[in-house]
Ligand binder design. Structure first.
Ligand code: KIV
Length: 277
């Protein structure tokens, strides 16, 4: 993106798509307005991921978050951003039954959150669904490889593509998602060589998470990268800060001040000498 474009308008899905093979796309997750404000100047795409089920709501898996919740978080992230392309995950149970169910859910997300597209997990099994959404003017970000919503039924959070069968399945998924018209696809948790080959083959950008530096972009769960979520830290996460520890130190200092009567000071009170309010 040129600096001029970045300052004047939100990055579109077409611009993301056009960046195939160009400078790496910078993508992160965001669930709230303040976090979106911090991330927006540096991000091409912000994903309102269903990972919020675990990171924000403390659930064991990404399942269990409602479409209403995703819409609310999507709208919050829109309010906190002006530059990045904003995409919302379709949560488990809102799109898998039929392409028509997916279309109804995606329409709600687009209309009520005002975002630029939706993401859904799956490959060959979701080809008809992606095609229907795209035909109805709804941009779709695909998600292949390790699929967190389906992890339980596939034996857990396992790296994909290690054997010939797994490699072929993920490769077929990548081709199906691209052929269906997705503007880009997330590749999660696959062996490096497979993500590299998919990136070479498909005509749309690949966005890696635990995949390969050869992908056209990278995404991380922001709270993982900032040290704000420590329940489980996968190998592919790089910690850029330990904000959780900073929060703990600050809260301890506050608690100590309150207990010692050191907060509030007179400067925090109204109607005392020198107070202009
Ligand atoms: O829900 C999410 O945060 C995601 C990313 C891990 C890609 O799908």
């Amino acid at each position: 993106m040129s600096d001029e474009q970045a300052e004047t308008q939100r990055i579109s899905v077409s611009q993301i798509q056009a960046q195939k093979g160009g400078p790496p796309l910078v993508c992160l997750t965001a669930y709230s307005k303040p976090m979106a404000q911090w991330l927006d100047p540096y991000s091409d795409l912000l994903l309102v991921g269903d990972s919020l089920a675990m990171v924000i709501y403390g659930l064991e898996t990404t399942r269990g978050v409602s479409l209403d919740a995703m819409i609310n978080h999507g709208a919050a992230v829109m309010r906190g951003s002006t530059r990045a392309c904003i995409i919302v995950d379709l949560p488990h149970g809102t799109y898998e039954d039929s392409p028509e169910q997916a279309l109804a859910s995606a329409k709600r997300v687009m209309e009520e959150a005002g975002v630029q597209g939706v993401k859904l997990e799956g490959g060959t099994d979701m080809q008809a669904t992606i095609r229907l959404l795209v035909d109805n003017g709804i941009p779709v970000l695909g998600h292949i490889g390790l699929l967190p919503q389906k992890a339980e039924s596939r034996g857990g959070f396992k790296i994909q593509g290690k054997d010939d069968e797994g490699w072929k399945r993920v490769m077929d998924d990548a081709k199906a998602v691209a052929e269906a018209g997705a503007f880009a696809m997330v590749i999660e948790g696959t062996i490096e060589a497979l993500a590299r080959e998919i990136t070479d083959i498909v005509p749309v950008p690949t966005i890696g998470i635990g995949a390969s530096p050869a992908c056209d972009g990278q995404i991380l769960v922001t709270e993982d990268a900032l040290g704000l979520f420590s329940d489980f830290t996968p190998k592919f996460v790089k910690r850029y800060a330990e904000l959780g520890q900073e929060v703990e130190l600050a809260v301890k200092a506050y608690a100590d001040d309150v207990k010692a009567g050191a907060f509030p000071g007179l400067e925090h009170c109204f109607g005392v000498p020198k107070d202009k309010d």
